[in-house]
Design a protein around this ligand. Structure first.
Ligand code: GRF
Length: 219
């Protein structure tokens, strides 16, 4: 049976390293999502140039030229419609989305956050983790719901916090894990092998290894 790959838009605001990991994974023809659009709210986002250089469709919807969030999201939605988008990955997209936009995409929009949710929602997660002296930190991919950095969790990965870590060294260790779990989560979410049950993502894992908490060796 041939199943149509989900036409996926990646929304970015900056460098787009997670975007690149998703693009690389989706190059495989049996990956259930294809990257049909990379869209940024910042026309100068470095990730846009990266995507363009790889021959992908790109677009900028500059939030600064709109009077408010609804108007901005109207253009965003029009762009998504024009590209027949089925699924959205937020990857360092630094705009809060309204509840009505989020509801429209409920179950079809995922986000990556650089912390083990529900700890450290919001910004400056690595600084805050170091200030609290936690020994484990990490990242989360989750379905997007109206409340910021909440929603059913698809995948998480943990890294150790080492004695002499700075926000940069810790952030780099977390980012390496982000690049692993985001493609894994996109694959799960678009292959329809997982279901949202309340606040939980559940699914029958073929080999028992698809939902996992990865704790790598210290580097
Ligand atoms: C990542 O740490 C992601 O978790 C957060 O913003 C950062 C984006 O980095 N939401 P990049 O643009 O993917 O390199």
């Amino acid at each position: 049976m041939i199943v149509r790959r989900k036409r996926t838009a990646i929304l970015i605001s900056g460098r787009g390293s997670n975007m690149s990991s998703l693009i690389a994974a989706a190059r495989s023809p049996d990956f259930p999502a294809e990257i049909a659009l990379v869209l940024s709210n910042r026309p100068d986002a470095p990730g846009l140039a990266t995507a363009k250089s790889q021959g992908l469709a790109t677009a900028a919807v500059d939030h600064k030229i709109y009077a408010g969030r609804e108007a901005f999201e109207g253009s965003l939605q029009a762009m998504l419609d024009a590209h027949y988008i089925d699924f959205i990955c937020l990857a360092g997209f630094m705009r809060l989305l309204t509840a009505s936009f989020v509801e429209r995409w409920r179950g079809r929009m995922i986000n990556i956050h650089p912390a083990i949710l529900p700890s450290y929602k919001g910004l400056h997660t690595h600084e805050r983790a170091l200030a609290d002296g936690v020994k484990i930190h990490g990242c989360t991919v989750h379905f997007v719901v109206p409340e910021m950095d909440s929603g059913p969790i698809i995948a998480q990965s943990a890294v150790p916090v080492l004695d002499y870590d700075t926000p940069d060294t810790l952030g780099a260790r977390v980012l390496a894990q982000e690049h692993i779990i985001y493609p894994l989560a996109l694959e799960l979410a678009t292959s329809e092998r997982v279901w949202i049950d309340g606040n939980r993502v559940v699914g029958a894992a073929k080999d028992g290894g698809e939902r996992r908490l990865v704790v790598p060796e210290p580097d």
